[in-house]
Design a protein around this ligand. Structure first.
Ligand SMILES: NC(=O)c1ccc[n+]([C@@H]2O[C@H](COP(=O)([O-])OP(=O)(O)OC[C@H]3O[C@@H](n4cnc5c(N)ncnc54)[C@H](OP(=O)(O)O)[C@@H]3O)[C@@H](O)[C@H]2O)c1
Length: 267
């Protein structure tokens, strides 16, 4: 008799599933038999991902195109999901974007939009699906933060702060859920191949020019494996893990100067 897959009978909602790390996270869940709910703004990309993953892994997929940065986006998404009679066992809060540059002269919509998507929508969706997870005593939340979560980020200040929020929030929920059967993992990638860099405008920075860039599938696999084992924080890459360990040991002024240099244009 075939072995039952760990995700059989469960559904994972993946945000930011139209491209990048989110597509590979969705694939990790599909491989283990989870049905998928995929969301992002780009409907055509979502439909292509949905068709590929349902054909490859025989899982049910549903697609909900929505702008999660818009006020009430998470609530509207949950209403649409509920109207189809779908339950969310695992929530993967992956959608996010960054904007590089000095805070002086920055665009307010860009800055607030990062908070709206990276933090507000993440909390909104978690708040909606958390009670069901706790009541069932299974499933959980996989949040995607960043290496940026570990340090303040001069010249990308709001993005770094938004990811520090994700890390802090995730760790607190991990503790709240301890012993309940509900898993909480915060995935903290370093530079990863995706559209992120183009959208963030980080290509010309020292960090953008020098960072070791990982492929998105190993990043997603590390996050998925961490979630399965309820690992609180997953950092991708040995160099990144060393940096996360070292940063709190250094004087804050040193860290600030280092990040300032990394986020400055390469000359
Ligand atoms: N790549 C890196 O170097 C890196 C490093 C550390 C952390 N991260 C984090 O990893 C996560 C995934 O990013 P990625 O690298 O895969 O970047 P990406 O290729 O730009 O993907 C971002 C995803 O978020 C979705 N999204 C963006 N704005 C949205 C909105 N307003 N409403 C709904 N969905 C929206 C995008 O889809 P649509 O455009 O179709 O809406 C896309 O699916 C992000 O949280 C990012 O901060 C990335």
């Amino acid at each position: 008799m075939a072995k039952k897959q760990p995700g059989a009978g469960q559904t994972a909602l993946v945000t930011g599933a139209s491209m990048g790390i989110g597509v590979d996270l969705a694939e990790c869940f599909a491989k283990d038999g989870y049905d998928l709910i995929l969301t992002a703004r780009s409907e055509a990309f979502l439909s292509a991902v949905s068709a590929r993953l349902s054909a490859s892994y025989g899982v049910k997929t549903n697609v909900f195109p929505i702008d999660l940065a818009a006020e009430g986006g998470g609530t509207r998404l949950a209403e649409s999901i509920g109207a189809k009679g779908l339950t969310v066992d695992v929530l993967v809060n992956n959608a996010g974007y960054g904007k590089a540059g000095a805070f002086d002269g920055s665009d307010l919509n860009d800055q607030l939009g990062m908070i709206d998507l990276n933090d507000r929508a993440l909390v909104e969706l978690t708040q909606i699906y958390w009670p069901g997870m706790m009541a069932r005593g299974r499933g959980g939340v996989l949040n995607v933060a960043s290496m940026a979560a570990f340090v303040p980020g001069p010249f990308m200040a709001v993005y770094y702060a938004s990811k520090a929020f994700v890390l802090s929030f995730s760790e607190a929920l991990w503790e709240e859920a301890r012993g309940s059967g509900v898993h909480v993992t915060c995935l903290c990638p370093g530079a990863t191949e995706s559209k992120f860099r183009d959208r963030a405008g980080t290509g010309a920075t020292r960090l953008g020019q020098t960072a070791v860039v990982m492929a998105s599938m190993p990043v997603a696999e590390a996050g998925y494996h961490g979630f399965k084992t309820n690992k609180r924080v997953v950092i991708t890459g040995k160099g990144n893990a060393r940096m996360a360990w070292l940063a709190p040991l250094l004087p804050r002024t040193t860290v600030l100067k280092m990040v300032r240099t990394l986020q400055s244009p390469a000359t």
